[in-house]
Ligand binder design. Structure first.
Ligand code: LLP
Length: 432
């Protein structure tokens, strides 16, 4: 469920008309719903209640301080992938002792920073990294809590660019190697073998690959835990969300047939996995990103021009691939709805941005209501991997972000000033 819906003709986020936000803050504008973040976190947390667990929000999906703050307030831990993300957690009042640190390329500085902050676990991706962590821990006279990431070689049947659990990917250590690697790790100084981690991919709408992976890895966890005294098993993130039918999925009734619609609910996820996980007697970690933030956000944009060519109706908007790169990068679908509901026939349209690339589009041949200059559109399910993947390409400033809670709204990232785009640059001393 989410909190974007029409009230009369107007699109609202919770109790706030998005048109009012646009008037105040301009476009392109990301709008986030506190209620949706809370609802998704709570549903997942409750579904997992039969096992001891900790949700570690994958903040790579949306690391705005206000989003982190909301989730920290609900008791969330965090999955971080850089010193920057760990520093953000701390800046937002998150607890480093509830953070796991993932990623194949941790630098010595990042490892040292994480150890000093009291990280819950460093999730290790290679033997070289194990050696490096041990060396840094010895130097700092600290014990490094670690988990090794197993690559279970299970195909998650998701987009090739977001599959992570097969041997074609750079992630983790092969299933067949893992026990030997733990045995060697146990001999390294200042290392505490705290658990095992896996993550098979993102935007999974079927529970079967999760089940397959847990079934394959659980006996391994059991053996390793007996030997090394584990605290936890992390089953990673990856729960998929609704993109295609995004607006309708805000409605409780729509969810009654969720299974038939091929949607993975927290209840269905837990029903399959909890019986496999509970016998392990360990803390179960989850690393959801998209599931918590995806449906919580929309990108709002203004129609600048309509351009008709012999073949196409182009709706040219003021947001671009630098604001939301997912359609260009993954051919991903975001439902597009006008802020003021329109009646009448639809027209097949390409929604495109102003950037000088053919890949700068949000939709192709999409039946859309007839819109014109000055109308506003909302791209739904844009809360995950939207703003965080933004850039200054074409010297376009980063979009503003607003958080809504009930009737309240607040700017949680102000619009970037043009001079800030080149604020880190300078001319060379020999140039005039
Ligand atoms: N844990 C690990 C180790 C991960 O690599 C990821 C995502 C997650 C958790 C969270 O996955 P989620 O629950 O959000 O599916 N930019 C792409 C998605 C990249 C996902 C990267 N890793 C997109 O826009 O679809």
């Amino acid at each position: 469920m989410h909190s974007f819906r029409y009230v009369g003709k107007e699109l609202f986020c919770e109790d706030v008309a998005i048109s009012a936000l646009v008037k105040k803050h301009g476009t392109p504008l990301y709008v986030y719903s506190d209620a949706t973040l809370t609802d998704h976190f709570t549903k997942l947390d409750q579904a997992l209640a039969p096992v001891d667990h900790m949700i570690c929000f994958a903040m790579k999906s949306n690391s705005n301080l206000a989003v982190i703050r909301t989730l920290a307030g609900l008791g969330s831990g965090f999955d971080v992938v850089s010193a920057g993300e760990l520093a953000r957690t701390i800046a937002a009042g998150g607890d480093p002792s509830k953070c796991v640190f993932a990623g194949v390329g941790k630098t010595e500085e990042e490892i040292a920073y994480a150890l000093k902050q009291g990280i819950y676990s460093l999730n290790v991706e290679s033997e070289a990294e194990l050696q490096r962590i041990s060396k840094v821990a010895v130097r700092l006279k600290k014990i490094a809590p670690i988990a090794i990431r197993v690559n279970p070689n299970i195909d998650a049947h998701t987009h090739a660019k977001i599959t992570t659990g097969t041997y074609e990917n750079k992630f983790g250590i092969a299933f067949e190697e893992i026990e030997k690697v733990y045995a060697r790790a146990a001999k390294l100084p200042n290392i505490r073998l705290r658990g095992l981690q896996m993550h098979i991919g993102s935007q999974l709408t079927d529970v079967a690959p999760f089940r397959k992976a847990v079934e394959k890895v659980a006996p391994l966890v059991e053996r390793l835990s007996r030997k090394h005294g584990f605290d936890f098993f992390s089953i990673g993130g990856g729960i998929g969300i609704v993109y295609q039918d995004a607006l309708a999925s805000g409605n409780a009734a729509w969810w009654s047939g969720a299974k038939a619609k091929g949607i993975l609910t927290p209840a269905a996820y837990a029903a399959e996995l909890v019986p496999l996980l509970r016998p392990l007697g360990l803390k179960i970690l989850l690393e959801p990103g998209r599931f918590l933030t995806g449906n919580s956000g929309a990108l709002v944009t203004r129609v600048e021009y309509i351009k008709r060519t012999g073949k196409k109706n182009f709706v040219i908007v003021d947001a671009a691939m630098n604001d939301l790169i997912r359609p260009a990068f993954y051919d991903s679908y975001h439902e597009i709805v006008p802020l003021t509901r329109k009646t009448g026939a639809t027209i097949s349209s390409d929604v495109v941005g102003p950037i000088c690339e053919s890949g700068d589009y949000f939709a192709k041949d999409r039946p859309l209501p007839k819109v014109g200059e000055g109308d506003y559109l909302a791209l739904l399910s844009a809360g995950a991997y939207g703003s965080v993947m933004g850039s200054n390409y074409n010297s376009r400033g980063l979009a503003a972000e607003v958080l809504v809670k009930g009737r309240k709204s607040a700017v949680v990232r102000r619009r970037q000033e043009l001079s800030e785009i080149w604020g880190l640059e300078s001319k060379a001393p020999w140039q005039k």
